[in-house]
Design a protein. Sequence first.
Lengths: 116, 115
Amino acid sequence: GAVVSQHPSRVICKSGTSVKIECRSLDFQATTMFWYRQFPKQSLMLMATSNEGSKATYEQGVEKDKFLINHASLTLSTLTVTSAHPEDSSFYICSASLGRGYNEQFFGPGTRLTVL
Amino acid sequence: AQSVTQLGSHVSVSEGALVLLRCNYSSSVPPYLFWYVQYPNQGLQLLLKYTTGATLVKGINGFEAEFKKSETSFHLTKPSAHMSDAAEYFCAVRGVTGTASKLTFGTGTRLQVTL
């Protein structure tokens, strides 16, 4: 149980295009989903927290217009990287939680974004 | 605010030797503590967690960790390393109340297992 999937697993795009990454909880309803960014050989940095049906809460320094997050249902959250540039190349990982009061997050396998 | 410090970005052990990965935390509230493992190009898998109760926590793959409040530590151990244990390990702390419900990760420790 508690499986989280991400699609695509790997994406290469040209500079200036937008890329959408999907995060799905396959066997549970995720009230809260988190998006992380991980640079090579570094730790995970929380980008934003999204609760189903409400606007995402972004961490300080994360551009909300650059990284659009939508959590339209209890099983799906999307991260759209708008007008991507090479510096946006990174490993993006989502996690899902049953919500406030639940201490465990279940992580997706990650999406490798390369912007040329 | 909460933070996690993992001492040693890289640890190398021989197969069959003891594994010890160090984690110290800082938290203004009683913490929930986690250890995750990450294999190359994959997401994170939970190894074990401490919430309340017994301070010695056993996880998957023979790993265990002990919560020591007086030392603000949550070190990860395994009696005998296996080649398959080679991976990146992250310690994380989660606050319990209010807005402190985020996970804060340490910088990670890469475990290398040699023959």
